[in-house]
Ligand binder design. Sequence first.
Ligand code: TYD
Ligand code: MG
Length: 481
Amino acid sequence: MARLESRYVCGTCGATSLRWEGQCRSCGGWNTLVETAVERKPAAARGAPLAVPPATRLSDISGAESERIVVGMREVDRVLGGGLVPGSLVLLGGEPGIGKSTLVLAVAGAIAGSGDGRVLYASGEESTAQIHLRAARLGLTGSGAGDQIDVLAETAVERIVAAAEAAQPALLVVDSIQTLTADELDGPPGSVGQVRSAAARLQALAKEHAIPVVLVGHVTKDGSLAGPKTLEHVVDVVLTLEGERFSGLRLLRASKNRFGSTEEVGVFEMTGDGLSEVSDPAAAFLEPDSLGSPGVAVACTLEGSRPLLVEVQALVAPQVHGSPRRTAAGLDGQRLALLIAVLGRRAGLNLSSHDVYASIVGGLSVAEPAIDLPLAVALASALRDRPVLSGTVLCGEIGLTGELRPIQGLDRRLREAARLGFTRAIVPTRSGRGGDAGEAAQIELVRVATLREAVAACLAEARDRTAIAVGKAPVAGGVEA
Ligand code: TYD
Ligand code: MG
Protein backbone atom coordinates (compact mmCIF):
# COMPACT_ATOMS: atom_id res chain seq x y z
CA MET A 1 0.00 0.00 0.00
CA ALA A 2 1.16 3.53 -0.73
CA ARG A 3 2.30 5.41 2.34
CA LEU A 4 2.42 9.19 2.84
CA GLU A 5 5.63 10.71 4.15
CA SER A 6 6.85 14.21 4.76
CA ARG A 7 9.63 15.58 2.55
CA TYR A 8 10.92 19.04 1.81
CA VAL A 9 10.55 19.71 -1.88
CA CYS A 10 12.19 22.58 -3.77
CA GLY A 11 9.53 24.67 -5.51
CA THR A 12 11.96 25.59 -8.30
CA CYS A 13 13.76 22.39 -9.30
CA GLY A 14 11.78 19.69 -7.47
CA ALA A 15 14.75 18.27 -5.54
CA THR A 16 13.77 16.64 -2.22
CA SER A 17 15.44 16.78 1.15
CA LEU A 18 14.64 15.06 4.46
CA ARG A 19 14.88 18.26 6.49
CA TRP A 20 14.33 21.93 5.88
CA GLU A 21 17.30 23.91 4.60
CA GLY A 22 17.55 27.58 3.73
CA GLN A 23 19.12 26.91 0.36
CA CYS A 24 18.32 24.14 -2.10
CA ARG A 25 21.38 21.91 -2.54
CA SER A 26 20.46 21.13 -6.08
CA CYS A 27 19.64 24.48 -7.73
CA GLY A 28 20.97 26.87 -5.09
CA GLY A 29 17.64 28.73 -4.70
CA TRP A 30 17.02 30.37 -1.33
CA ASN A 31 13.90 29.66 0.73
CA THR A 32 12.44 27.37 -1.91
CA LEU A 33 11.98 24.20 0.19
CA VAL A 34 8.39 23.51 1.23
CA GLU A 35 7.21 20.63 3.39
CA THR A 36 5.17 18.31 1.20
CA ALA A 37 3.48 14.96 1.65
CA VAL A 38 4.95 12.48 -0.81
CA GLU A 39 3.67 9.02 -1.56
CA ARG A 40 6.16 6.20 -1.08
CA LYS A 41 4.97 3.39 -3.31
CA PRO A 42 6.06 -0.13 -2.33
CA ALA A 43 8.71 -1.58 -4.66
CA ALA A 44 6.20 -3.96 -6.31
CA ALA A 45 3.81 -1.12 -7.23
CA ARG A 46 6.62 0.87 -8.85
CA GLY A 47 7.25 -1.85 -11.43
CA ALA A 48 3.54 -2.53 -12.14
CA PRO A 49 2.32 -2.06 -15.72
CA LEU A 50 0.48 1.24 -16.30
CA ALA A 51 -3.31 0.96 -16.50
CA VAL A 52 -4.68 3.05 -19.39
CA PRO A 53 -7.26 5.52 -18.01
CA PRO A 54 -10.58 5.65 -19.91
CA ALA A 55 -11.33 9.06 -21.46
CA THR A 56 -14.94 10.22 -21.86
CA ARG A 57 -16.34 11.58 -25.09
CA LEU A 58 -17.10 15.29 -24.66
CA SER A 59 -20.68 14.96 -25.90
CA ASP A 60 -21.35 12.15 -23.42
CA ILE A 61 -20.50 14.28 -20.39
CA SER A 62 -23.62 15.49 -18.63
CA GLY A 63 -23.86 19.18 -17.84
CA ALA A 64 -25.53 18.49 -14.50
CA GLU A 65 -22.47 19.79 -12.63
CA SER A 66 -23.23 23.30 -13.69
CA GLU A 67 -26.54 23.43 -11.83
CA ARG A 68 -26.14 25.95 -9.08
CA ILE A 69 -27.21 26.10 -5.48
CA VAL A 70 -28.74 29.53 -5.06
CA VAL A 71 -27.57 30.96 -1.74
CA GLY A 72 -30.48 33.34 -1.44
CA MET A 73 -28.36 36.37 -0.52
CA ARG A 74 -28.67 38.69 -3.51
CA GLU A 75 -25.21 40.24 -3.33
CA VAL A 76 -23.44 36.91 -2.75
CA ASP A 77 -25.24 35.20 -5.63
CA ARG A 78 -24.40 38.13 -7.86
CA VAL A 79 -20.66 37.80 -7.19
CA LEU A 80 -20.70 34.01 -7.51
CA GLY A 81 -22.41 34.31 -10.88
CA GLY A 82 -25.77 32.90 -9.81
CA GLY A 83 -24.99 30.65 -6.86
CA LEU A 84 -22.61 27.95 -5.65
CA VAL A 85 -21.57 25.21 -8.08
CA PRO A 86 -21.72 21.72 -6.50
CA GLY A 87 -18.23 20.29 -6.06
CA SER A 88 -16.54 23.67 -6.28
CA LEU A 89 -13.94 24.98 -3.86
CA VAL A 90 -14.43 28.64 -2.97
CA LEU A 91 -11.83 30.66 -1.09
CA LEU A 92 -13.00 33.70 0.85
CA GLY A 93 -10.00 35.91 1.63
CA GLY A 94 -9.68 39.12 3.57
CA GLU A 95 -7.86 40.85 6.36
CA PRO A 96 -8.45 39.66 9.92
CA GLY A 97 -11.55 41.25 11.45
CA ILE A 98 -13.10 42.33 8.17
CA GLY A 99 -16.11 40.02 8.54
CA LYS A 100 -15.27 36.74 6.78
CA SER A 101 -16.61 34.50 9.54
CA THR A 102 -19.74 36.61 9.73
CA LEU A 103 -20.30 36.32 5.98
CA VAL A 104 -19.74 32.56 5.78
CA LEU A 105 -22.02 31.96 8.73
CA ALA A 106 -24.71 34.05 7.04
CA VAL A 107 -24.24 32.00 3.85
CA ALA A 108 -24.45 28.81 5.91
CA GLY A 109 -27.64 30.13 7.50
CA ALA A 110 -29.17 31.05 4.14
CA ILE A 111 -28.52 27.60 2.66
CA ALA A 112 -29.62 25.80 5.83
CA GLY A 113 -32.80 27.86 5.92
CA SER A 114 -33.70 27.21 2.30
CA GLY A 115 -34.29 23.50 2.84
CA ASP A 116 -31.49 22.44 0.46
CA GLY A 117 -29.96 20.29 3.18
CA ARG A 118 -27.71 20.47 6.20
CA VAL A 119 -24.58 22.58 6.46
CA LEU A 120 -21.38 21.45 8.16
CA TYR A 121 -19.51 24.40 9.68
CA ALA A 122 -15.99 23.42 10.69
CA SER A 123 -13.99 25.98 12.62
CA GLY A 124 -10.43 25.74 13.78
CA GLU A 125 -10.45 29.33 14.97
CA GLU A 126 -13.33 29.47 17.37
CA SER A 127 -15.03 27.27 19.93
CA THR A 128 -18.57 26.06 19.36
CA ALA A 129 -19.69 28.52 22.06
CA GLN A 130 -18.16 31.46 20.16
CA ILE A 131 -19.84 30.34 16.95
CA HIS A 132 -23.11 30.09 18.82
CA LEU A 133 -22.71 33.69 20.01
CA ARG A 134 -22.17 34.93 16.47
CA ALA A 135 -25.09 32.86 15.19
CA ALA A 136 -27.27 34.46 17.84
CA ARG A 137 -26.29 37.93 16.59
CA LEU A 138 -27.23 36.87 13.08
CA GLY A 139 -30.57 35.55 14.32
CA LEU A 140 -29.84 31.96 13.32
CA THR A 141 -30.20 30.30 16.70
CA GLY A 142 -33.92 30.74 17.15
CA SER A 143 -34.76 29.94 13.55
CA GLY A 144 -35.17 26.69 11.67
CA ALA A 145 -31.79 27.32 10.04
CA GLY A 146 -30.05 26.68 13.37
CA ASP A 147 -31.35 23.08 13.38
CA GLN A 148 -29.80 22.49 9.99
CA ILE A 149 -26.25 23.62 10.83
CA ASP A 150 -23.77 21.22 12.43
CA VAL A 151 -20.83 22.90 14.10
CA LEU A 152 -17.48 21.17 14.42
CA ALA A 153 -14.53 22.74 16.27
CA GLU A 154 -11.67 20.90 14.62
CA THR A 155 -8.27 21.53 13.05
CA ALA A 156 -7.31 18.12 11.65
CA VAL A 157 -8.26 18.10 7.98
CA GLU A 158 -8.69 14.29 7.95
CA ARG A 159 -11.34 14.51 10.66
CA ILE A 160 -13.19 17.30 8.87
CA VAL A 161 -13.16 15.27 5.66
CA ALA A 162 -14.40 12.18 7.54
CA ALA A 163 -17.22 14.20 9.12
CA ALA A 164 -18.25 15.59 5.73
CA GLU A 165 -18.15 12.16 4.10
CA ALA A 166 -20.43 10.83 6.81
CA ALA A 167 -22.86 13.76 6.80
CA GLN A 168 -22.89 14.55 3.03
CA PRO A 169 -23.84 18.19 3.72
CA ALA A 170 -25.26 20.58 1.13
CA LEU A 171 -22.37 22.92 2.04
CA LEU A 172 -19.13 22.56 3.95
CA VAL A 173 -17.61 25.68 5.50
CA VAL A 174 -14.02 25.62 6.80
CA ASP A 175 -12.87 28.58 8.88
CA SER A 176 -9.96 28.98 8.35
CA ILE A 177 -7.54 27.16 6.09
CA GLN A 178 -4.60 28.56 8.09
CA THR A 179 -5.62 26.63 11.20
CA LEU A 180 -5.78 23.22 9.50
CA THR A 181 -3.13 20.55 9.81
CA ALA A 182 -2.62 17.40 7.78
CA ASP A 183 -1.53 14.19 9.56
CA GLU A 184 1.56 13.46 7.56
CA LEU A 185 3.20 16.89 7.83
CA ASP A 186 5.11 18.24 10.83
CA GLY A 187 5.12 21.93 9.84
CA PRO A 188 3.06 24.44 11.85
CA PRO A 189 -0.53 25.27 10.80
CA GLY A 190 -0.54 28.05 8.22
CA SER A 191 2.77 27.03 6.62
CA VAL A 192 2.74 26.70 2.84
CA GLY A 193 2.97 22.91 3.00
CA GLN A 194 0.10 22.53 5.48
CA VAL A 195 -2.17 24.93 3.65
CA ARG A 196 -1.52 23.31 0.28
CA SER A 197 -2.00 19.81 1.60
CA ALA A 198 -5.23 20.67 3.45
CA ALA A 199 -6.63 22.42 0.39
CA ALA A 200 -5.84 19.42 -1.81
CA ARG A 201 -7.74 17.11 0.59
CA LEU A 202 -10.77 19.40 0.61
CA GLN A 203 -10.60 19.78 -3.16
CA ALA A 204 -10.71 15.98 -3.54
CA LEU A 205 -13.65 15.78 -1.12
CA ALA A 206 -15.57 18.48 -3.00
CA LYS A 207 -15.09 16.83 -6.39
CA GLU A 208 -15.78 13.28 -5.23
CA HIS A 209 -19.02 14.03 -3.39
CA ALA A 210 -20.15 17.15 -5.31
CA ILE A 211 -20.19 19.15 -2.09
CA PRO A 212 -19.47 22.87 -2.43
CA VAL A 213 -16.75 23.87 0.04
CA VAL A 214 -16.16 27.42 1.23
CA LEU A 215 -12.74 28.03 2.74
CA VAL A 216 -11.87 31.11 4.73
CA GLY A 217 -8.33 32.46 4.38
CA HIS A 218 -6.60 35.39 6.03
CA VAL A 219 -4.58 37.83 3.97
CA THR A 220 -2.49 40.66 5.31
CA LYS A 221 -2.45 44.13 3.77
CA ASP A 222 0.34 43.20 1.36
CA GLY A 223 -1.25 39.80 0.64
CA SER A 224 1.95 38.11 1.74
CA LEU A 225 0.69 35.50 4.19
CA ALA A 226 1.30 31.90 3.20
CA GLY A 227 -1.98 30.45 2.17
CA PRO A 228 -4.37 32.44 0.06
CA LYS A 229 -1.74 33.27 -2.56
CA THR A 230 -0.61 29.65 -2.77
CA LEU A 231 -4.21 28.54 -2.83
CA GLU A 232 -5.43 30.66 -5.69
CA HIS A 233 -4.31 28.06 -8.22
CA VAL A 234 -6.01 25.19 -6.42
CA VAL A 235 -9.46 26.65 -5.83
CA ASP A 236 -12.24 27.34 -8.37
CA VAL A 237 -13.37 30.70 -7.04
CA VAL A 238 -11.46 33.35 -5.09
CA LEU A 239 -13.62 35.91 -3.31
CA THR A 240 -12.21 38.80 -1.34
CA LEU A 241 -13.98 40.84 1.26
CA GLU A 242 -12.57 44.33 1.47
CA GLY A 243 -13.28 47.64 3.12
CA GLU A 244 -11.99 49.81 5.90
CA ARG A 245 -12.18 48.00 9.17
CA PHE A 246 -13.59 51.00 10.99
CA SER A 247 -16.20 51.97 8.43
CA GLY A 248 -19.24 49.83 7.92
CA LEU A 249 -19.11 49.21 4.18
CA ARG A 250 -17.75 45.95 2.80
CA LEU A 251 -17.17 44.93 -0.80
CA LEU A 252 -17.20 41.36 -1.99
CA ARG A 253 -15.34 40.73 -5.23
CA ALA A 254 -14.39 37.66 -7.23
CA SER A 255 -10.77 37.85 -8.36
CA LYS A 256 -11.06 34.40 -9.93
CA ASN A 257 -14.21 32.57 -10.94
CA ARG A 258 -14.21 29.45 -13.08
CA PHE A 259 -18.01 29.65 -13.29
CA GLY A 260 -18.71 33.31 -13.83
CA SER A 261 -17.50 36.86 -14.32
CA THR A 262 -14.78 38.33 -12.12
CA GLU A 263 -16.07 41.85 -12.44
CA GLU A 264 -19.19 41.89 -10.32
CA VAL A 265 -19.08 43.33 -6.82
CA GLY A 266 -21.41 42.84 -3.88
CA VAL A 267 -21.90 45.64 -1.37
CA PHE A 268 -22.64 44.99 2.32
CA GLU A 269 -22.77 46.94 5.50
CA MET A 270 -21.55 45.60 8.85
CA THR A 271 -24.26 46.19 11.42
CA GLY A 272 -24.88 45.10 14.98
CA ASP A 273 -26.59 41.97 13.73
CA GLY A 274 -24.36 40.83 10.90
CA LEU A 275 -23.63 41.93 7.36
CA SER A 276 -26.67 43.38 5.67
CA GLU A 277 -27.04 43.86 1.94
CA VAL A 278 -26.96 47.52 0.96
CA SER A 279 -30.18 48.54 -0.73
CA ASP A 280 -28.71 51.28 -2.94
CA PRO A 281 -25.06 50.39 -3.57
CA ALA A 282 -24.58 53.15 -6.15
CA ALA A 283 -25.05 55.82 -3.50
CA ALA A 284 -23.48 53.98 -0.57
CA PHE A 285 -20.03 55.52 -0.95
CA LEU A 286 -21.09 59.15 -1.20
CA GLU A 287 -20.73 61.35 1.84
CA PRO A 288 -22.86 64.44 1.35
CA ASP A 289 -20.96 66.35 4.09
CA SER A 290 -17.67 66.67 2.26
CA LEU A 291 -19.10 67.35 -1.21
CA GLY A 292 -18.39 70.92 -2.23
CA SER A 293 -15.04 71.19 -0.45
CA PRO A 294 -11.88 71.90 -2.44
CA GLY A 295 -10.08 68.68 -3.39
CA VAL A 296 -13.25 66.60 -3.71
CA ALA A 297 -14.57 65.19 -6.99
CA VAL A 298 -17.31 62.65 -7.60
CA ALA A 299 -16.49 59.79 -9.94
CA CYS A 300 -19.01 57.59 -11.65
CA THR A 301 -17.23 54.23 -11.81
CA LEU A 302 -18.41 50.96 -13.19
CA GLU A 303 -17.69 47.79 -11.24
CA GLY A 304 -18.68 44.99 -13.58
CA SER A 305 -22.18 45.92 -14.64
CA ARG A 306 -22.83 48.00 -11.53
CA PRO A 307 -22.31 51.77 -11.51
CA LEU A 308 -21.00 53.17 -8.22
CA LEU A 309 -20.67 56.83 -7.40
CA VAL A 310 -17.58 57.41 -5.35
CA GLU A 311 -15.88 60.39 -3.88
CA VAL A 312 -12.22 61.05 -4.66
CA GLN A 313 -10.45 63.25 -2.14
CA ALA A 314 -7.11 64.95 -2.61
CA LEU A 315 -4.94 67.06 -0.36
CA VAL A 316 -1.87 68.93 -1.52
CA ALA A 317 0.50 70.70 0.83
CA PRO A 318 3.88 72.34 0.32
CA GLN A 319 6.55 69.66 0.53
CA VAL A 320 7.98 69.31 4.01
CA HIS A 321 11.34 67.68 3.42
CA GLY A 322 13.28 65.41 1.09
CA SER A 323 11.42 64.32 -1.98
CA PRO A 324 7.70 65.08 -2.23
CA ARG A 325 5.34 62.45 -0.81
CA ARG A 326 2.70 60.75 -2.92
CA THR A 327 0.23 58.70 -0.91
CA ALA A 328 -2.70 56.86 -2.46
CA ALA A 329 -5.44 54.90 -0.68
CA GLY A 330 -7.84 52.88 -2.80
CA LEU A 331 -6.07 54.19 -5.90
CA ASP A 332 -3.04 53.03 -7.83
CA GLY A 333 0.04 54.90 -6.63
CA GLN A 334 1.74 54.68 -10.04
CA ARG A 335 -1.31 56.16 -11.70
CA LEU A 336 -1.34 58.99 -9.17
CA ALA A 337 2.31 59.80 -9.97
CA LEU A 338 1.56 59.72 -13.69
CA LEU A 339 -1.43 62.05 -13.37
CA ILE A 340 0.63 64.48 -11.31
CA ALA A 341 3.15 64.56 -14.17
CA VAL A 342 0.41 65.05 -16.79
CA LEU A 343 -1.18 67.85 -14.74
CA GLY A 344 2.20 69.61 -14.57
CA ARG A 345 3.17 69.22 -18.21
CA ARG A 346 -0.20 69.38 -19.99
CA ALA A 347 -2.49 71.43 -17.78
CA GLY A 348 -0.10 73.94 -16.22
CA LEU A 349 -0.74 72.69 -12.68
CA ASN A 350 2.61 72.05 -11.05
CA LEU A 351 2.69 69.74 -8.05
CA SER A 352 6.39 68.89 -8.14
CA SER A 353 7.12 70.66 -4.86
CA HIS A 354 3.96 69.52 -3.07
CA ASP A 355 3.17 66.51 -0.93
CA VAL A 356 0.11 64.84 -2.41
CA TYR A 357 -2.42 62.59 -0.68
CA ALA A 358 -5.34 61.03 -2.54
CA SER A 359 -7.96 58.56 -1.46
CA ILE A 360 -11.33 57.05 -2.23
CA VAL A 361 -13.89 57.55 0.51
CA GLY A 362 -15.41 54.48 2.16
CA GLY A 363 -12.54 52.02 1.81
CA LEU A 364 -13.33 51.15 -1.78
CA SER A 365 -10.49 50.56 -4.20
CA VAL A 366 -10.96 51.52 -7.82
CA ALA A 367 -8.71 50.22 -10.58
CA GLU A 368 -10.65 51.14 -13.71
CA PRO A 369 -9.13 53.81 -15.99
CA ALA A 370 -12.20 56.09 -15.84
CA ILE A 371 -11.10 57.14 -12.35
CA ASP A 372 -8.25 59.20 -13.94
CA LEU A 373 -10.31 62.29 -14.68
CA PRO A 374 -12.00 62.67 -11.28
CA LEU A 375 -8.65 62.04 -9.58
CA ALA A 376 -6.84 64.65 -11.70
CA VAL A 377 -9.63 67.18 -11.17
CA ALA A 378 -9.61 66.55 -7.40
CA LEU A 379 -5.86 67.31 -7.43
CA ALA A 380 -6.43 70.47 -9.47
CA SER A 381 -9.23 71.53 -7.15
CA ALA A 382 -7.01 70.96 -4.11
CA LEU A 383 -4.11 72.90 -5.62
CA ARG A 384 -6.25 75.86 -6.68
CA ASP A 385 -8.25 75.60 -3.44
CA ARG A 386 -11.49 75.92 -5.39
CA PRO A 387 -14.33 73.41 -5.17
CA VAL A 388 -15.66 71.47 -8.13
CA LEU A 389 -18.99 72.90 -9.29
CA SER A 390 -21.77 71.27 -7.32
CA GLY A 391 -23.82 68.53 -8.94
CA THR A 392 -20.92 67.47 -11.19
CA VAL A 393 -19.77 63.89 -11.82
CA LEU A 394 -16.72 62.94 -13.84
CA CYS A 395 -15.38 59.93 -15.66
CA GLY A 396 -12.64 59.50 -18.24
CA GLU A 397 -9.26 57.99 -18.88
CA ILE A 398 -6.33 60.38 -19.36
CA GLY A 399 -3.53 59.80 -21.87
CA LEU A 400 0.07 60.99 -21.60
CA THR A 401 -0.56 64.02 -23.80
CA GLY A 402 -3.38 65.13 -21.53
CA GLU A 403 -6.02 63.92 -23.97
CA LEU A 404 -9.19 62.24 -22.68
CA ARG A 405 -9.78 58.70 -23.84
CA PRO A 406 -13.20 57.12 -24.38
CA ILE A 407 -14.66 54.94 -21.63
CA GLN A 408 -17.01 51.98 -21.48
CA GLY A 409 -20.65 51.98 -20.42
CA LEU A 410 -21.31 55.72 -20.48
CA ASP A 411 -25.10 55.29 -20.68
CA ARG A 412 -25.29 53.22 -17.53
CA ARG A 413 -23.04 55.60 -15.61
CA LEU A 414 -25.03 58.66 -16.60
CA ARG A 415 -28.39 57.14 -15.78
CA GLU A 416 -27.22 56.30 -12.27
CA ALA A 417 -25.65 59.74 -11.71
CA ALA A 418 -28.90 61.42 -12.78
CA ARG A 419 -30.96 59.14 -10.55
CA LEU A 420 -28.87 60.23 -7.57
CA GLY A 421 -29.47 63.89 -8.33
CA PHE A 422 -26.34 64.90 -10.23
CA THR A 423 -27.04 67.47 -12.89
CA ARG A 424 -23.86 67.64 -14.93
CA ALA A 425 -21.41 65.08 -16.24
CA ILE A 426 -17.93 65.81 -17.61
CA VAL A 427 -17.02 63.05 -20.07
CA PRO A 428 -14.48 62.46 -22.86
CA THR A 429 -15.48 63.71 -26.30
CA ARG A 430 -15.40 60.34 -27.99
CA SER A 431 -17.19 58.24 -25.37
CA GLY A 432 -19.73 55.66 -26.47
CA ARG A 433 -22.82 56.68 -28.32
CA GLY A 434 -23.71 59.09 -25.57
CA GLY A 435 -26.30 61.04 -27.48
CA ASP A 436 -29.18 59.01 -26.16
CA ALA A 437 -27.32 58.53 -22.89
CA GLY A 438 -27.67 62.12 -21.80
CA GLU A 439 -31.19 62.29 -23.12
CA ALA A 440 -32.31 59.17 -21.29
CA ALA A 441 -30.48 60.22 -18.17
CA GLN A 442 -31.70 63.81 -18.04
CA ILE A 443 -28.28 65.13 -17.23
CA GLU A 444 -26.27 67.93 -18.80
CA LEU A 445 -23.46 66.36 -20.78
CA VAL A 446 -20.21 68.31 -21.07
CA ARG A 447 -17.83 66.68 -23.52
CA VAL A 448 -14.20 67.65 -23.22
CA ALA A 449 -11.18 66.65 -25.27
CA THR A 450 -8.35 67.41 -22.85
CA LEU A 451 -7.58 67.51 -19.16
CA ARG A 452 -7.03 71.27 -19.42
CA GLU A 453 -10.58 71.77 -20.74
CA ALA A 454 -11.98 69.49 -18.05
CA VAL A 455 -10.30 71.49 -15.29
CA ALA A 456 -11.64 74.72 -16.80
CA ALA A 457 -15.15 73.25 -16.98
CA CYS A 458 -15.13 72.00 -13.39
CA LEU A 459 -13.45 74.71 -11.39
CA ALA A 460 -14.96 77.78 -13.06
CA GLU A 461 -16.66 80.24 -10.75
CA ALA A 462 -20.42 79.81 -10.83
CA ARG A 463 -20.88 83.18 -12.56
CA ASP A 464 -18.49 82.17 -15.37
CA ARG A 465 -20.43 79.08 -16.26
CA THR A 466 -21.98 80.44 -19.40
CA ALA A 467 -18.53 81.39 -20.64
CA ILE A 468 -16.93 77.98 -20.25
CA ALA A 469 -15.11 77.25 -23.47
CA VAL A 470 -15.34 73.54 -24.04
CA GLY A 471 -15.02 71.53 -27.22
CA LYS A 472 -18.75 71.40 -27.84
CA ALA A 473 -21.27 73.57 -26.10
CA PRO A 474 -23.43 71.57 -23.70
CA VAL A 475 -27.02 71.32 -24.80
CA ALA A 476 -29.81 71.27 -22.24
CA GLY A 477 -31.12 67.75 -21.85
CA GLY A 478 -27.82 66.43 -23.12
CA VAL A 479 -28.85 65.89 -26.74
CA GLU A 480 -25.75 66.20 -28.87
CA ALA A 481 -25.71 68.69 -31.71
P1 TYD B 1 -15.49 38.46 11.87
O1 TYD B 1 -16.51 37.87 11.00
O2 TYD B 1 -15.10 37.68 13.08
O3 TYD B 1 -14.17 38.79 11.01
P2 TYD B 1 -13.08 37.80 10.36
O4 TYD B 1 -13.63 36.43 10.38
O5 TYD B 1 -12.85 38.33 8.98
O6 TYD B 1 -11.84 37.93 11.17
O7 TYD B 1 -16.05 39.88 12.30
C1 TYD B 1 -15.20 40.94 12.55
C2 TYD B 1 -15.85 42.13 13.21
O8 TYD B 1 -17.19 42.33 12.89
C3 TYD B 1 -15.79 42.03 14.71
O9 TYD B 1 -14.87 43.02 15.16
C4 TYD B 1 -17.13 42.34 15.21
C5 TYD B 1 -17.90 42.81 14.01
N1 TYD B 1 -19.28 42.32 13.96
C6 TYD B 1 -20.31 43.22 13.89
O10 TYD B 1 -20.10 44.45 13.87
N2 TYD B 1 -21.60 42.76 13.83
C7 TYD B 1 -21.89 41.44 13.85
O11 TYD B 1 -23.07 41.05 13.80
C8 TYD B 1 -20.81 40.50 13.95
C9 TYD B 1 -21.08 39.04 14.00
C10 TYD B 1 -19.52 40.98 14.01
MG1 MG C 1 -12.94 34.79 11.49
